[in-house]
Design a protein. Structure first.
Ligand code: MN
Ligand code: MN
Length: 306
């Protein structure tokens, strides 16, 4: 590491922590309302805004699911190997899967099983792979590739195709990564909006203006839910509460909204009660990994000139 500090290094690390903590608190908050309909949520909670666990997985308060766990697999693989090594990420996924996690999406399950059989690092194209399971684990990729949207795009698609091989999943992963990076870099809101609008221009499935349809695991429904909540609010808590109260795939919409809003508003904007609901060991690891990943990124390690 050359130890180059970009302008506002402190703010950048702070917002990177916001992004990675955002995944975990959004996952833990949303897991409670996963697979519920908005009307059921209203009836049961009024407005769901506390990390209380429960849900269909009967979680302990503050317990996270595959969205956070797979993100951590990527973050740990990068930190461990000192860089981008796709096989190290696949191995982490495989080890995690072998531990019989409570929550695994069907496409991730199939992709990891396939990897265990063939050791291939790319699942074949599949018309059913447009789920949100690759997009939900983009935060560590965005942190590690900070400063290069080209490097981001490459890594986003590589990690995605370990389990998902579909143009909508690929495009969603890149876009989520860009929103997170622009947030961390302190871009104005219009910079984030441009990334979301570029995605919708390329794939109209993602048009999110005024979206109030279902928040399903189809990646376009997921991102339309997240974008409509993020761009119609102006704080972390408000964005997350709006997102997870839409129910359905709420842990995953929560995780992605948390990553984007955490990047944009920074760690200090995450309600303290939500951060403290997470297990202490997880808090410590997220904090360490977030700082480590951005310090490994092109932003902190620009190519030598001259
Ligand atoms: Mn989950
Ligand atoms: Mn989910």
């Amino acid at each position: 590491m050359r130890g180059h500090d970009p302008r506002d290094a402190v703010g950048i690390v702070h917002r990177a922590r916001g992004a990675l903590f955002g995944v975990a608190v959004g996952d833990a908050l949303g897991a409670t309302t996963e697979f519920m309909k908005p009307a059921q949520i209203r009836e049961r909670f009024g407005v769901h805004k506390e990390i209380t666990g429960g849900g269909w997985l009967k979680l302990a308060p503050g317990q996270v699911t595959d969205d956070t766990e797979m993100s951590l697999c990527i973050a740990r693989a990068i930190a461990d190997r000192g860089g981008w090594e796709l096989s190290a990420i696949a191995e982490r996924f495989a080890r995690w899967f072998s531990g019989n996690p409570a929550d695994v999406g069907a496409t991730c399950r199939r992709g990891i099983r396939e990897y265990l059989e063939t050791r291939r690092l790319e699942t074949p194209p599949n018309e059913w792979d447009a789920g949100n399971g690759a997009a939900m684990r983009m935060a560590p990729v965005a942190l590690y590739t900070l400063g290069s949207e080209r490097f981001l795009s490459r890594c986003a698609v590589e990690q995605a195709r370990l389990t998902h091989n579909h143009p909508l999943s690929d495009a969603a992963c890149v876009a989520v990564g860009m929103l997170i990076q622009r947030g961390i870099l302190g871009s104005p809101r219009s910079g984030l909006l441009a990334a979301a609008e570029d995605l919708a221009a390329a794939h109209p499935e993602f048009l999110f203006e005024g979206y109030d349809g279902e928040a399903t695991g189809f990646v376009a429904d997921t991102l339309r839910t997240v974008f409509s909540a993020f761009f119609s609010t102006d704080g972390f808590e408000e964005c997350l509460v709006r997102t997870v109260n839409r129910g359905d795939d709420a842990d995953t919409t929560g995780a992605i909204a948390g990553a984007i809003a955490g990047a944009r508003y920074g760690f200090a904007a995450i309600p303290r009660r939500w951060v403290l609901a997470l297990p202490a060991g997880l808090r410590e690891e997220i904090s360490t990994l977030a700082a480590k990943l951005v310090r490994m990124s092109p932003l902190f390690n620009p190519p030598a000139t001259g």
